[in-house]
Design a protein around this ligand. Structure first.
Ligand code: FES
Length: 288
């Protein structure tokens, strides 16, 4: 699932169906079916757009108690998964979520971005939302610093500082600009073991906090990872379409086109540079 997760998240309007192995309904126990069902429901809880079902069909030899176990798990899951209702210009969005996650992450995963300039540490004060109904905890220290009494009385909160447990209804006061770039799940949030040696302390080296971007230029997508080169720490990651696709669906076609036409080669290069710039800009305005 970890390999498939980024493309699945890139298709927010797609409803997925599955994926309990059909033979499990014949061979497994009701407890095992309930367990598999719960895992799937938890995995998709914050994404939504999911129908719990068999991976293909349900074999005629299936144990009826196994089918009942899946149906029961779905009913239980429906009751357990809370809903966030967000008022948007285009109407209301209802988002199921796993309790305990930060409001900012829930919104971001559902492609309802909120402004951010501090990677969700609570330092920038940009991720403003207004709670209209439902319960959330008391404002955190960073919210007391950034929000005055009148704002707090109106239910204004910082999305990155609020952890959701129950149903909630809210309005976004500072929406993030629309973006074609997606954040990734943070599987790559590890430190670089050996960051490059930089001439720190050397007066001829003007950069106090050097950042570096690693770019994976794939056939269909670009993946960009931003790191602090002094510490090796991961800062942010983006994944989006490779604009060179319009010059051909595979690399050889693009190479031939570039070899035949210098203008085509320059255009392909420029498109890539612009896409990388857009990904970096997206990190700058939306945070990690
Ligand atoms: S305060 Fe900066 S993202 Fe929330």
């Amino acid at each position: 699932m970890s390999i498939l997760w980024p493309p699945i998240r890139a298709l927010p309007q797609t409803c997925l169906n599955g994926n309990i192995k059909p033979l499990s309904f014949v061979e497994d126990t009701p407890e095992e079916i309930a367990d598999q069902s719960s895992q799937l429901l938890r995995l998709f809880a914050d994404r939504g757009g999911f129908i719990l079902s068999s991976g293909c069909g349900i074999p005629p030899e299936s144990k009826p108690e196994n089918i009942a176990a899946m149906v029961l798990a779905a009913r239980r899951g429906k009751q357990l998964v809370p809903t966030l209702t967000v008022k948007l210009e285009a109407g209301e969005r209802r988002i199921s979520f796993v309790p305990g996650r930060s409001l900012r992450h829930i919104l971001d995963d559902a492609d309802v971005g909120v402004r951010s300039g501090c990677r969700g540490t609570g330092a920038c004060g940009l991720c403003l939302v207004r709670v209209e109904a439902g319960q959330v905890g008391e404002p955190a220290l960073n919210e007391r610093i950034h929000l005055d009494d009148a704002q707090r009385a109106r239910g204004v909160r910082l999305a990155c500082q609020v952890r959701l447990q129950h149903d909630l209804q809210l309005a976004i006061l500072s929406p993030a600009p629309k973006s074609a770039w997606r954040r990734l799940d943070g599987q790559e949030k590890r430190r670089v073991e050996r960051p490059p040696v930089l001439p720190r302390g050397d007066p001829s080296w003007p950069v106090e906090k050097p950042y570096g971007a690693a770019v994976d230029l794939g056939t269909t997508h670009i993946r960009l990872s931003l790191r602090n080169l002094a510490s090796g720490c991961w800062l942010a990651e983006r994944w989006g379409l490779n604009p060179q696709m319009i010059a051909g669906s595979d690399v050889m076609t693009r190479l031939v086109a570039a070899a035949e036409s210098p203008a085509q080669a320059r255009a392909a290069s420029q498109q890539t540079v612009e896409a990388i710039g857009e990904a970096l800009w997206d990190i700058a305005v939306r945070g990690d």
